[in-house]
Design a protein around this ligand. Structure first.
Ligand SMILES: [Zn+2]
Length: 90
């Protein structure tokens, strides 16, 4: 199963990736240091609602059929057209 995850390197760069949930670490795209999986990816849902990361949101939405309805409701409440388009076009 592929899910969105947050990784953090030793320089405190946070990277959001859509990967197999068995992946425990990646190379930080900013500094190249090993980046380890964060225990609680608490930011992810907010990112979808605000549309701050449309690319990541699109990938994430395709793998999250079960939560689309809830996200659409959240997007509608916020009136965010960009995020709404992502949900529609997944
Ligand atoms: Zn880094």
């Amino acid at each position: 199963m592929r899910i969105i995850r947050d990784f953090q390197c030793s320089n405190d760069h946070i990277t959001e990736k859509f990967l197999e949930n068995t992946v425990e670490s990646i190379e930080c795209p900013e500094c190249g240091e090993p980046s380890n999986k964060l225990i609680s990816p608490v930011r992810s849902h907010l990112d979808v609602v605000t549309g701050d990361f449309p690319g990541a949101t699109a990938k994430w939405a395709r793998g999250r059929e079960k939560q689309i309805q809830r996200e659409r409701k959240a997007v509608a409440n916020h009136g965010d057209d960009a995020a709404w388009d992502v949900a529609k076009n997944r």
